[in-house]
Design a protein around this ligand. Structure first.
Ligand code: SF4
Length: 312
């Protein structure tokens, strides 16, 4: 059983991605209303080692899985914010020694003002920072930060990062209708992003229940309008992240895992955490299956008492 790695996770933007998780579930300095890992339970804003990382074991796990798998990316992400782990740069360097493919880091951008974080990110090939608001009010509503963290700090850090990085940057904006898609906020995005060096701006939205149940995914129509707004206001490279919606589109779809999931749920409902434990799969991977099965009417993903449950 692997402690630090999960997947491979099929993804449209990264192909087949092997995940590395450097923090405990769920360690973050934000508590985003759309977070697919549920509410933040370990609120920290200082860099530390949040799981007792045995770097040799982590590298051993990566080495082991690479014997049977050639991922398109090894991606540092998972159950919280990876830049909170102070060993990120060292670990990327060590992975690089045993893996010749590409390395990505998905970050919430909150620590970009920290030089050590920017240096660690430079060890990767691709950085996927998120930025969901430019106004302080929008930031507080959507990202619900730890006390003392302001959007001004994040924008300062982002500006430094974007002006110095030599790596590819896919900037992700998570759209929640009624919160960060108003004209005023969109104009602020344009104003901030217009002279920045970014490979592509990616618009994302909810694929499954977030940390609070009232929020709804933005429609494809709304995402397209926002994309057009950005392009018409001078931002050149903007795209919408499309999700896998059928098993045919999903590389390495496991019929066996699908059967296991359906058999489990035929007996009773399970929380997502129970399913992760029992099936020994990361929740990001499980949700790829659950979203498809939900679309086909075979399972239901619901929120009860602040917990995500799956039932048939
Ligand atoms: S930054 Fe990522 S892990 Fe942290 S709360 Fe937001 S979505 Fe969840």
């Amino acid at each position: 059983m692997y402690k630090y790695i999960f997947g491979p996770v099929p993804s449209r933007r990264l192909g087949v991605s092997l995940g590395v998780d450097l923090v405990m579930s769920k360690t973050c300095n934000l508590d985003c209303i759309y977070c697919e890992c549920g509410s933040t339970t370990k609120f920290y804003n200082t860099r530390d080692s949040y799981i007792d990382i045995d770097i040799d074991r982590l590298i051993g796990e990566v080495e082991d899985i690479l014997q049977n798998l050639t991922p398109d990316y090894i991606t540092f992400s998972g159950s919280g914010e990876p830049t909170l782990n102070k060993d990120l740069g060292i670990i990327i360097k060590k992975v690089r020694k045993i893996y010749s493919g590409k390395i990505a880091v998905i970050t919430n951008s909150s620590l970009l003002n920290n030089l050590g974080v920017r240096e660690a990110l430079e060890e990767a090939d691709l950085i996927i920072p998120s930025l969901d608001a430019i106004s302080e009010d929008g930031f507080k509503r959507i990202n619900r930060p730890i006390e003392g963290l302001s959007i001004k700090d994040i924008l300062d850090g982002m500006t430094k990062f974007l002006s110095t990085t030599k790596k590819e940057v896919y900037l992700e904006i998570f759209i929640v209708e009624g919160i960060n898609d108003g004209v005023e906020e969109l104009e602020k995005f344009v104003e901030y992003l217009k002279d920045k060096k970014i490979t592509v701006i990616q618009l994302n939205t909810l694929a499954r229940p977030g940390a609070i149940k009232e929020i709804k995914p933005a429609s494809m129509k709304r995402l397209s309008e926002i994309k057009d707004f950005f392009i018409n206001h001078g931002l050149d490279s903007v795209e919408i992240i499309k999700k896998y919606t059928s098993r045919e589109e999903f590389p390495k779809y496991s019929e066996k895992l699908e059967k296991l999931i359906l058999n489990m749920l035929a007996k009773r409902k399970y929380s997502i955490h129970e399913m992760v434990e029992l099936l020994q799969r990361n929740e990001v991977e499980l949700f790829k299956y659950l979203n498809i099965l939900q679309k086909e009417g075979k399972v239901k993903i619901v929120i009860e008492n602040d917990q995500i449950y799956i039932k048939s």
